[in-house]
Design a protein around this ligand. Sequence first.
Ligand code: DUC
Ligand code: ZN
Ligand code: ZN
Length: 465
Amino acid sequence: MTHDTVITGARVVAASGTTMCDIGITQGQIATLGSALTGTEVIDATGLIALPGGIDSHVHISQPSGPGIEMADDFISGTRAAACGGNTTILPFCLPEDGQTLREAVAAYRKKAEGNCMTDVAFHLIVKQTDPVTLGQDLPALIRAGYTSFKVFMTYAGLALSDRQILDVMAVAKEQNAMVMVHAENEDAIEFLRDRAEREGETGPYHHATTRPIPVEREATHRAISLAEIAGVPLTIVHVSNGEATEEIVRARARGLTVFAETCPQYITLTASDLDRDGFDGAKYVCSPPPRTADEWPKIWAGIEQGTFDLFSSDHCPFRFNDTAGKDAPGARTSFRNIPNGIPGVETRLPILFSEGVVAGRLSLERFAAITATNHARLYGLYPRKGAIMVGADADITLWDPTVTKPIRQHDLHHGSDYTPWEGFEVTGWPVRTILRGKSVMQDGHPVGPPMGEHLERGAPDVQL
Ligand code: DUC
Ligand code: ZN
Ligand code: ZN
């Protein structure tokens, strides 16, 4: 059988293990893994590593961010950056505007994505209200239509849900078989600390970090787990930043609870001191939970290596720095409260983990594939179509050159932000080709081809990782 495309010469990180083989692709799917395959197009990948295309299950794109504030990425630039960073699927969050129903928000978000994506996409929902229409009609209908995961917040005025509301939402997840993702930080504790900091004149970007200390996250993590236990649902704790919150997850699992956990590059490479950089530069690092001290990095690494963390995502939440619609928002220089919250990272997530994890000898290629692609596909209902190199799956493959060493530079990136928090951070290993359903969407650092990304149908979460 002649294939449409054959990739030859690569070390292939397949679902069945890592092996030297050819990959035969026909009609956008992996048709054969074997030797001496033939194809109309032949991609010589000698010296390269073929990994499943990255799935970044935590990104924010074109998300409503408050009056006068604009996210730096829409679907065009966000998925372009994702593809250039070795990703083939991303899952952004659909957040209703004030006054919009969840169903209206999903319809509008679908429209924004349509025809504009260089990767495939699927949406999580954000549940910010618990009225009878949302919980009784919209949310169940959307879950049944394949929006099988949603995020709830324990912080932020206008987004934070009370414990009772979280339980009510979890009850819907249980009934409809959806995954609840939790942003775990204690809003009242943050408000107390913010008010005190402002009274004492501690208003610079650094105090974003001092007013969201580790106990704020540890307590909320414990509470979220307890609420999920009471409701009888699995849950995912997103963007875990420190060792104490990680311990809560380890303890919960030891009690037999089904808890999944996600961490991100910022929690193994950045510190709160970055928020204390000269002038207003610290604003470039304002995200929640905030980066901690370097003492926390080995604790997060231990969680990555030992399997506490199932997911390694970017939490890409991009704003421009030199922009009054971004980090330089009105009032941002007089109080950290007004600095838009989030950092760009969809294009740098995989190179940072490859370099710091695989090249540094902390992670096997198989574990890298699991926490950057396979587990995301399983947990969010995209497996076996997505997330692994195996016969019958979509031909979503990223070719890596493990020998390239270079500093990360804003100049080389494709996101809409005007900076990267990792400027000058040196990495070894870089994706040189991203293949989506058999077609190259990035080659040698440049986006190629038309935006062929599709919105994906999703199934129920697979909680047997
Ligand atoms: N939570 C996120 O998941 N992303 C950005 C900001 C936030 O609080
Ligand atoms: Zn969050
Ligand atoms: Zn996020």
